[in-house]
Design a protein around this ligand. Sequence first.
Ligand SMILES: [Zn+2]
Ligand SMILES: [Zn+2]
Length: 295
Amino acid sequence: MSDPFSIAGQWFKGNLHVHTTASDGRMTPQETVASYAEHGYDFLSITDHEAVTETAGLDDKGMLLIPGIELGGGRTDLDSSYHMVAIGAKGPMEYDTQWSAQKLIDYGTENAEFVFMAHPYWLSLTLADMIDLDGCIGLEVYNTFCHHDVGRGESGELWDDLLARDKRMLGFAVDDAHGAELDAWIGYIMVKAPACEYDDIIEAIKAGSFYSSNGPTISNIKREGDRLLVECSPCQEVCAVCPAPGLGGTNWRTEQKPPLTEIELQLFEGSDPVRIECIDAEGNKAWSNPMWLPD
Ligand SMILES: [Zn+2]
Ligand SMILES: [Zn+2]
């Protein structure tokens, strides 16, 4: 995976999951684009249910618009359907909701740039539902709509369960906005790329050159010996989350008092992979992608 903190480029803010009046959202595609542009986003993917919403005729308001779709289908262990977000749709996408999860991933990967799993906690997805699927590049570690609607927005535990079994999944924070009151302009990714151009953003995301957030900013993560140095916007807690059993570390080990902006975290034998969570005074979080540490 690419380390966004050690490569050249600029940071670009984007949301890869939002609905409009073309499915069950309340803002039109144009209103959606305008609202995200007004909130400082650099790129946006409209991902309506079951059909790719045409964006070519919209005023992009200076943002990069990436065609996308939310695919629903397959059956989980608890008899729910899977939802998946396919980004970079190459044309209209027609599929069958009776297809298996693996067939949806394969179809999405072939007809778009990449696929990630939507709101796994809300759909009660388990390790058994995910472990045998191939080609899905990640999952939503945070979904604003699911947080505000049902309090089940965060899926870090399933992410770690998969990482601990060597499933190299990326973590995406998204809005999945359906309206404009509580579920918009909150969950986002920050991508490090040469420019905010389609190919650059797609390649950077696929390489893992981004972090996720619903508030805090991570400006640097650097390894020095057996320590990880993290620089972020003022936070109450900064954690090294290690998916391996019994490992990890929080800021308390360093005896630094919040607000924390530069933190050292101890790494242990076997702290691999490790990912960082930064939590601010309001409880908002930023999530790095997992890092596999060089020896
Ligand atoms: Zn969904
Ligand atoms: Zn959705």
